[in-house]
Design a protein around this ligand. Structure first.
Ligand code: ZN
Length: 117
């Protein structure tokens, strides 16, 4: 069963759905346990973090360029605000790119899921 690129992960064993907050909590971990079937699985990213950042940077730049074209005397604070919004969007979207996979089905190395501790 193929999921859309941006969706909350489900348990690879029993298809148990997880809440946004639970996924957010699991994103720094390598292993997770399903509360329903008690199986252990790996936490991985569907979209590498670097790609997410690149997309966000491009989007922010485009919005800023558009703003500058339409409002040439735009305040720098607005542009900084757009940048901040881009960063927040990436952080909010992060749980939607997380996938829970069976350890034998790992397609990325575990280092992609390791964030600052
Ligand atoms: Zn499960």
């Amino acid at each position: 069963m193929k999921q859309s690129p941006l969706a909350l992960p489900v348990c690879p064993y029993c298809s148990q759905r997880f809440h946004y907050k639970e996924v957010m909590r699991s994103k720094g971990q390598e292993d997770c346990q399903c509360p329903k079937c008690k199986q252990k699985f790996k936490v991985t990213l569907e979209t590498p973090f670097s790609i997410l950042i690149a997309v966000a940077v491009i989007a922010v730049l485009l919005v800023n360029v558009c703003l500058y074209i339409f409002i040439p005397d735009i305040n720098f604070l607005y542009m900084a605000g757009v940048m901040l919004l881009g960063v927040i969007t990436v952080i909010l979207l992060l749980p939607l790119t997380i996938r829970y996979v069976k350890p034998e089905n790992m397609k990325y190395s575990t280092r992609t899921t390791r964030f600052k501790k």
